[in-house]
Design a protein around this ligand. Structure first.
Ligand code: SIN
Length: 288
């Protein structure tokens, strides 16, 4: 029997707490559809206390769409190629303090991410999410029109180089992997305003981690415009903040949101991410 799922909004703009669903088994089509619909509406869904095994985490992601293959710069967990390990703490300082959407350096950036908290510091390490539909909608009509004429360059180097060179001895393997990445997988150009493949709505598609510059402008113009847009993304009115407990799973729409992990801790923090490259439902829509 499909589960009775309830979405409780967590802010005026983005995020919902999801009640009445056990993600560990029995992912009926109706349950998956309800969750995907809830995601399109609320953009970031918090499923508290799910405590999924790694295998169940991957199985859940696979019900939504094709999974992103192994991330070239991150370890995998439990021999499962689709589980990306994000670990920070005493050895590797927190390094996710940039507003970003995951992997926008890819021609087709992933459409969703499912992040599970495995080990948490005693305090700190919250994750914030910001709504890129709302950021776009609140710009003036003239600015929206202007942005709609522009393209921006996104690159993996822009996002990772500044992090990895902080401790080049510890990070030497990741630096080597970065240098070996195929340019076709690590550098791309996207419209500054994109349309969501499922909702059709326009959203702001530049982020301070991976966007190096706006292709069609002089560098000072590009910098000024990216700074203005980054200021908007940082405005609390567009955000929700999740304070993690071990076992929580948070799923976000990786196109219409950006996120930021607070680096206000020094103890070990371990997260596992399953990344959905393309929703089945979006693909079906494209095929018809
Ligand atoms: C991510 O950027 O995918 C991870 C965010 C986090 O660690 O909270």
């Amino acid at each position: 029997m499909a589960q009775q799922i309830k979405f409780e909004p967590l802010s005026g703009c983005i995020g919902a707490l999801v009640h009445g669903v056990d993600l560990s088994n029995n992912h009926e089509d109706e349950t998956i559809e309800q969750i995907q619909e809830g995601l399109m509406m609320h953009l970031a869904l918090v499923f508290p206390g799910q405590n999924l095994s790694s295998a169940a985490h991957v199985a859940l992601g696979e019900r939504f769409g094709l999974l992103e293959p192994r991330h070239p710069l991150h370890d995998i967990a439990d021999d499962l190629e689709n589980i990306m390990v994000i670990e920070n703490g005493p050895k590797r300082a927190p390094d996710n303090e940039d507003w970003h959407a995951d992997m926008t350096f890819r021609t087709l950036p992933p459409q969703a991410s499912l992040l599970a908290a495995r080990v948490l510091p005693p305090k700190g390490g919250d994750t914030m999410f910001s709504n890129m539909y709302a950021v776009y909608d609140d710009l003036s009509k003239s600015m929206r029109h202007f942005l709609g004429t522009l393209n921006a360059v996104h690159s993996v180097e822009t996002g990772y180089k500044k992090i990895l060179v902080r401790d080049p001895i510890y990070e030497k393997d990741r630096l080597k992997a970065l240098e070996k990445m195929d340019p076709a997988d690590s550098y791309t150009t996207h419209p500054v305003v994109e349309h969501h493949p499922i909702t059709g709505r326009p959203y702001l598609n530049v982020n301070e981690a991976f966007t190096s510059h706006i292709a069609d402008l002089h560098s000072d113009e590009s910098r000024a415009l990216l700074n203005m847009l980054a200021e908007r993304v940082r405005m609390p009115r567009y955000q929700v903040r999740h304070r993690w407990s071990v076992g929580d799973l948070v799923m976000w729409d990786n196109l219409a949101t950006q996120h930021y992990a607070a680096g206000d801790y020094s103890e070990y923090r371990l997260m596992h991410r399953v990344t959905v490259k393309q929703f089945f439902r979006a693909r079906e829509k494209e095929a018809t």
